[in-house]
Design a protein around this ligand. Structure first.
Ligand code: BGP
Length: 468
């Protein structure tokens, strides 16, 4: 087993799922702050305002905002080379359209990045991870409105300038294709997935993304800008050519997002799809140039599972809740939350994505959401998590050494337990570090190292050689 010597091992979180402190230091509300707790069976509710008596897990999460020093010290103890995290947009611009940024918010992330640097950890920053300022949704219709592009670009100008010496790797949006599945999360859009409005919002994000990639390239040549795609990969249900074609159609809609941001244009097949479905993108003069001028430097994506698509496929999937394409894969086991476990699928996806874009790749989310049990002596044994991660790391190594894929980093998801985006639960845990807090926010918030903590530390120390 060999990984490149400068391979970026680490972990990933998102601000709305870990920070808590939802009004501290002048922060405004985000679209995540009005999403109630749900479960695998109960969809999270979007209430538009904070309602008395409802449970909003982002309000407390794991209080990483106040405990980041302790958490980063634990990441450093595992040997992290990189920490993927997001800036909570309404900490910087509480209403999204404010004239001046909030200094306390800016200072906070400066402190966080300096803390990372202290341990030689490289920050990888998601600029927008399901955290659109709520005021932009209520006042402007969020990403449906082209004006929001300007607010986002201004936000980027401010953070690029402030953190230019501290941050090199940036992801303009988390899982852009989430707009085809969960438009509220992806962009504060209330309409149905794959509707005209959702595609308008996606289109505005493409323009915004291209503009800030160009801004970075023109002013900060040392920045590396990355596409972040939600890893929704499917295989045909059978070799029936109709199934193969349906799977292609499904994947075309999923990869639309990485196609536009990595290649700089709308693919022909999607133009036809929009025509057939009476969807009109709000294209303005000069947009083609903008898209071409802001292509990504690298590709990143999340990978948890694979899907099966075919003739019966019902639209797209709700990736963050239940996973429904109409089929199950008889070859694969599933997690407690019903997600298939397909480590070889990760290698397949790496080949697919490299063939398609020829860009360096980072896997920026991967992991197993599971219930953990704290033993009476305070230890936590999570061999299921170690096993899941081991299988996926083995497949990454094969992709590098057998297939020749330029994979440059791996940040496993929820390196410390955080709130689940899909269900709003705390009990769906991904971490190497357990946090003593329950679904209602009760607990001591104490951090406890799981068995996987010690295991991942060895993996990193041996640069992926010791996986036992
Ligand atoms: C991705 C999101 C994350 C995350 C992860 C796991 O789609 O980018 O924010 O949470 O999925 O999903 P969940 O939290 O629903 O288990």
């Amino acid at each position: 087993m060999t990984f490149p010597k400068d391979f970026l091992w680490g972990g990933a979180t998102a601000a709305n799922q870990c920070e808590g402190a939802y009004l501290q230091d002048g922060k405004g509300l985000s679209t995540a702050d009005v999403m109630t707790a749900g479960s695998a069976k109960k969809k999270r509710e979007v209430t538009k305002t904070v309602e008395e008596g409802k449970i909003y897990p982002s309000h407390w999460a794991i209080d990483h905002y106040n405990r980041y020093k302790e958490d980063i010290a634990l990441f450093a103890e595992m040997g992290f080379k990189i920490y993927r995290m997001s800036i909570n947009w309404p900490r910087i611009f509480p209403n999204g359209d404010d004239k001046e940024p909030n200094e306390l918010g800016l200072q906070h992330y400066e402190d966080v990045f300096n803390e990372c640097k202290k341990y030689g950890i490289e920050p990888l920053v998601t600029i927008s991870h399901y955290e659109t300022p709520l005021a932009l949704a209520n006042k402007y219709g969020a990403w449906k409105n082209r004006q929001v592009i300007d607010f986002y670009v201004r936000y980027c100008e401010v953070i690029f300038d402030r953190y230019k010496d501290l941050v090199k790797y940036w992801l303009p949006f988390n899982e852009m294709n989430c707009m085809s599945m969960e438009p509220w999360m992806a962009g504060g859009i209330e309409s149905k997935p794959q509707s005209q409005d959702a595609y308008i919002a996606a289109y505005h994000q493409f323009i915004a993304s291209a503009k800030v990639v160009k801004l970075a390239h023109d002013n900060y040549p040392h920045f590396q800008m990355g596409m972040m795609q939600g890893g929704v990969f499917s295989f045909p249900n059978s070799c029936d050519p109709e199934d193969v074609l349906s799977n292609h159609d499904f994947m075309q809609k999923m990869l639309f997002y990485s196609d536009v941001t990595c290649r700089g244009e709308i693919p022909a097949g999607m133009k036809k799809y929009f025509e057939r479905n009476n969807i009109t993108l709000p294209i303005e003069e000069g947009d083609e140039e903008i898209l071409k001028s802001g292509k990504m430097d690298f590709l990143s994506y999340s990978y948890y599972f694979s899907l099966v698509a075919g003739k019966k496929t019902q639209g797209l999937v709700s990736m963050l809740g239940s996973l429904e394409t109409g089929y199950t894969n008889p070859y694969l086991p599933t997690t407690e939350w019903g997600w298939s476990i397909d480590a070889v699928g990760l290698r397949n996806s790496l080949n697919l994505m490299y063939d398609r874009y020829q860009l360096p790749i980072m896997i920026v989310e991967n992991g197993l959401g599971a219930t953990d049990k704290v033993e009476s002596d305070g230890t936590i044994h999570d061999p299921y998590r170690i096993d899941y991660l081991r299988q996926h790391i083995i497949e990454m190594e094969k992709a590098i050494n057998i297939d020749g894929i330029p994979l440059i980093g791996y940040t496993s998801w929820g390196c410390i337990d955080i709130v689940s985006a899909g269900t709003g639960e705390m009990k769906k845990r991904y971490g190497f570090i357990y946090v003593d807090v329950d679904d209602e926010g009760n607990g001591t918030y104490k951090r406890i190292k799981k068995d996987s903590f010690h295991w991942y530390k060895k993996v990193i120390a041996s640069n992926g050689e010791d996986l036992e």
